[in-house]
Design a protein around this ligand. Structure first.
Ligand code: PPE
Length: 308
C-alpha cells in the first residue's frame, strides 16, 4: 500500500501516520467491521468516483446486518470522501472506507462499544496484475465453501467474512493459480475471493443469483446493465461447476478486479473471448467517462473538477 497525505478518521482529516487505534479494539479481535472498496478514475471532466453513493449505502446495509451503528449518514460519508480526495489530490485511486467496533468492551458482544469510521485512499493499479486484464488469469475451484446465508450474512461486506476469501485465495495461489472460485455448500457456483463471476455461453450471459452466497456486487449490477444495453441477454441463475468448464468465456468483476477474463479453470482451457472484451471495454469506458452514458454513476469530486 502506498501512503498518501491524509486519512479521514471520525470526522477529521489527519496525517496518514497518525491514523492509529489501540490493539484492544473489538474489530481487530473479532472481525466486527464493515468496509467498502471504491475506485476513483480520471475522466474528461475531472476525477470521478464510480457509484460512490451506492457503495456508501452498501456500507450502511452491511453495518445494519452486523449491528454496527455508523454515526455518519451516506451523504456525510460521500462528502467526507470528496474532502479526502481533494486533500490528497490524487487523480485516480482506490478508496477504502471502514467502520468497526472500537475500544471498550472486549468479549464477543460488541454492545456499547464506540464505532470508529475511517476512509483511506491510495493509488492501486490492476488488482490481479497488468497482464490479467488482457490475457486473463488461471482460477481454481476452492476446497473452501462460500459461507452461507445462515452462517453469517454474506450480503454484508464484513471484515470477518473475508477469512473465508483469504483461505480460498491462499489455497489457490499456493497451488500455482491466481484466483479461487468458491462454491456454496450445495455445490453451486458463488464467486471469487474478491469478485463476482459471469459465464458466456452461446452468446448469452449467466451469473449466479443473489441467493448463492455472493456479495451483491456493484460492478456486477453495472455490468448486467451495460451488457443488456450492448444487446446481450443476461440471466441470474444457478450455475454448477460443469457450466464453468464448458463455458465459451468466463470473467470475474469487481471494483478492484474491474473486468478480468479467466483463461482457464481447474486447467480446463477457456480463453479470452469477444464478449468479455466488449464488456471490459464498455465498463472501462464507463468508469473513465469515455462515454456520455451512465453519467449518473460518475461522482465528480468538486475540487478535482475540470472543464472538458
Ligand atoms: N465478491 C466479493 C467476495 C468481493 O470481495 C467483491 C469486492 C465483489 C464480489 C465485487 O463487488 P463490487 O466491488 O461491489 O463490484 N471486492 C473488493 C475488495 C477486494 C479486496 O482485495 O479487498 C473490491 O473489489 O474492491
Amino acid at each position: 500500500m502506498e501512503a498518501t497525505a491524509k486519512i479521514w478518521m471520525n470526522g477529521e482529516l489527519i496525517d496518514w501516520d497518525d491514523a492509529r487505534v489501540h490493539v484492544g479494539v473489538h474489530g481487530l479481535h473479532y472481525g466486527t467491521g464493515v468496509f467498502e472498496g471504491i475506485r476513483c478514475y480520471e475522466t474528461p471532466t475531472g476525477s470521478a468516483v464510480f457509484r460512490l453513493k451506492e457503495h456508501m449505502q452498501r456500507l450502511h446495509n452491511s453495518a445494519k446486518l452486523i449491528h454496527l451503528a455508523i454515526p455518519y449518514s451516506v451523504e456525510e460519508l460521500r462528502q467526507a470522501t470528496h474532502s479526502l480526495l481533494e486533500a490528497n489530490g490524487l487523480p485516480s485511486c482506490y478508496i477504502r472506507p471502514i467502520a468497526f467496533s472500537g475500544y471498550g468492551r472486549l468479549g464477543v458482544s460488541a454492545k456499547g462499544n464506540p464505532v470508529e469510521t475511517v476512509i483511506m485512499a491510495w493509488p492501486w493499479g490492476t488488482y490481479l496484475g497488468d497482464e490479467a486484464l488482457k490475457n486473463g488469469i488461471r482460477a481454481k475451484i476452492s476446497s473452501w465453501q462460500r459461507i452461507s446465508a445462515n452462517i453469517v450474512p454474506h450480503v454484508a461486506k464484513a471484515s470477518g467474512i473475508y477469512l473465508n476469501s483469504m483461505l480460498a485465495v491462499t489455497e489457490a495461489q499456493n497451488a500455482g493459480y491466481e484466483e479461487a472460485i468458491l462454491l456454496t455448500p450445495e455445490g453451486t457456483v458463488a464467486d471469487g475471493s474478491g469478485e463476482n463471476l459471469f459465464v458466456v455461453k452461446n452468446g448469452e450471459i449467466y451469473t449466479p443469483d443473489l441467493s448463492t452466497g455472493i456479495l451483491p456486487g456493484i460492478t456486477r449490477e453495472s455490468i448486467m446493465r451495460i451488457a443488456g444495453e450492448l444487446g446481450y441477454k443476461v440471466h441470474q441463475t444457478i450455475l454448477i461447476r460443469s457450466d464453468l468448464y464448458l463455458a465459451d468465456e468466463v470473467f470475474m468483476c469487481g471494483t478492484a478486479a474491474e473486468v478480468t477474463p479467466l483463461r482457464s479453470i481447474d486447467d480446463h482451457e477457456i480463453g479470452v473471448g469477444p464478449v468479455t472484451q466488449a464488456i471490459q471495454k464498455a465498463y472501462l469506458d464507463t468508469v473513465k467517462g469515455q462515454t456520455d452514458k451512465y453519467a449518473e454513476w460518475r461522482d465528480v469530486v468538486p475540487g478535482l473538477q475540470r472543464a472538458s
